[in-house]
Design a protein around this ligand. Structure first.
Ligand code: PBG
Length: 334
């Protein structure tokens, strides 16, 4: 490297124009996926206590929002149902063609056919245990028995017109089974976004309050299928296997405490990598913002830009709606 004063790194930070000219990464509307909590009923909206500023919404209110955000450039929405009734041991509601998720998919695709709809494939909204799969008498989550239910769930979402199914259960071998089933049922264009490196994280706490599964889960954990936060190499194995099994995109989750995993994965693999800025990350940022400890827009934008720098192709974030507003208002600061 040349020596000072031939090299002055500060030359490229001299003005806002030169800074943007040499900027390596940028956050745009096409990077954002908005996760939403859907309620039964009409004209219903409930703020989530541990996620101030995020609401569970009935379909009609959700559609109003989506219409607006689609105008602002939103490309994709990820649906999470709030299921209060019809939970059962075998989670039959998961593949009810007339279930809340299935109906919501149909409605969104009818009104906004170009907005991508992503659906969660996992049984936690539907099991009495609050676990992502079927359980044996000891509460252990059964792998192969669960996969056949997940497959039925994925097919029922595909039938409703979903664009992308997102298995978030972390069981072994589910991607290939879901891929084969989608092909067999003639859904070759339905993509799979595999939650490949999903950690057993306490940062999902507010989400479990939001969908109401924390009560069902009680003191039990998901440690026997989600990954140990101590492990990095294991994540590369999980991702490689899911890609081999036919995943079109892979996900790392949570986001900010796991940027090293995103970065490694983006160096090792050529498949698009998504990350999830999860509920606990939202809660953490938002409470600092509301206390006046962090500046709202700057904190949000920086947290998301850093996902891009780490190598993410898209980010699920509860801030997507706010960021779209920011990106569409041309203020001159920075
Ligand atoms: C469940 C699921 C979870 C999240 C997305 N899908 C929670 C869990 O695994 O317990 C978490 C998302 C968030 O915290 O924002 N299959």
């Amino acid at each position: 490297m040349q020596k000072f004063p031939l090299t002055r790194k500060r030359r490229l930070r001299y003005s806002s124009s030169i800074r943007s000219l040499v900027s390596e990464n940028q956050l745009t509307a096409s990077d954002l996926i908005w996760p939403v909590f859907v309620l039964e009923g009409k004209n219903k909206s409930e703020e989530i206590k541990s996620m101030p500023g995020v609401y569970r919404m009935s379909q009609d209110l959700l559609l109003d929002k989506l219409n607006h955000l689609f105008e602002l450039g939103l490309k994709a929405v990820a649906l999470f149902p709030v299921v209060t009734e019809n939970k059962s041991e075998y989670a039959e509601e998961a593949y009810n063609d007339d279930g809340l998720v299935q109906r919501t998919i149909r409605t969104i695709k009818l009104v906004l056919p170009e907005l991508l709809v992503i659906s969660d494939v996992a049984l936690d909204p539907y099991t009495l245990s609050g676990q992502d799969g079927l359980t044996d008498e000891d509460g252990y989550v059964l792998n192969d028995e669960t996969i056949s239910v997940l497959t039925q769930q994925a097919i029922s979402h595909a039938q409703a017109g979903v664009d992308i199914v997102a298995p978030s259960d972390m069981l072994d071998g589910r991607i290939i089974q879901i891929r084969m089933a989608l092909e067999e049922h003639d859904y070759p264009h339905t993509s799979i976004l595999a939650y490949s490196a999903k950690y057993a994280s306490c940062f999902y706490g507010p989400f479990r309050d939001a969908v109401g599964s924390s009560g069902n889960l009680g003191k039990s954990t998901k440690d026997s299928y989600q990954m140990n936060p101590a492990n990095g190499k294991e994540a590369m194995d999980e991702i490689a296997m899911d890609i081999d099994e036919g995943a079109d995109m892979v996900m790392v989750k949570p986001g900010m405490p796991y940027l090293d995993i995103i970065s490694k994965a983006s160096e090792q693999f050529n498949t698009p990598i998504f990350a999830y800025q999860v509920s606990g990350e939202y809660a953490m940022l938002q409470s600092a913002i509301e206390n006046g400890y962090l500046e709202e827009k700057k904190a949000i934008m920086e947290s998301l830009l850093c996902f891009k720098r780490a190598g993410c192709d898209a980010i699920l974030t509860y801030y997507a709606d706010r960021v779209l507003e920011y990106l569409n208002t041309n203020d001159e600061e920075e």
